[in-house]
Design a protein around this ligand. Sequence first.
Ligand code: SF4
Length: 186
Amino acid sequence: MAHADLSPRMKRNLDQLFADHGYSDYRWIDPKQIIVAQWVRMKCIYGCGEFGRSACCPPNNPSVAECERFFQEYAHAVVFRFEKTVDKPEDRHAWTRKVNTGLWKLEREVFLAGNERAFLLYMDSCCLCKDCAGDRTSCQHPRMARPSPESMAVDVYSTVRRFGFSVEVRTDYDQAMSRFAFLLIV
Ligand code: SF4
């Protein structure tokens, strides 16, 4: 499959753009190395309270096979890491909303810089609204809504370790969370 290329100049410009937006904890990756797994989708279906309740989560998302194919269409992407400790679980929504809104603005600028394929996977569920509409046609911000990596069947733990990030299962809220967003570029 033919890929659009990313010139060294464009890459430098994007690094500058990321810096201008305050992002420093990220790595360039080959999206073909993103690990897509059926077990991730099983965890969505059985065990996640957002299944069927979020417009950007299964069963509203592409199949695992389609997700796998999607990542194969790209040659350059970036993984961003975000770390945070929250006092209580309810605080997580506001943090996610803020981070995802900033990432959406970044995706738009990457697109406007001439990368028509730019597509973001938020660091967690969309969370732009307090209560998600639950299906794509009722989504309150359809232009901004994006899926999370997990909802696209990405094995985030194995994938980010492959690119040199360390990440462990957290067992309590007083431990810092590590969340990862993926920006597919070309
Ligand atoms: S924008 Fe709002 S309604 Fe749409 S997916 Fe995100 S949280 Fe749900």
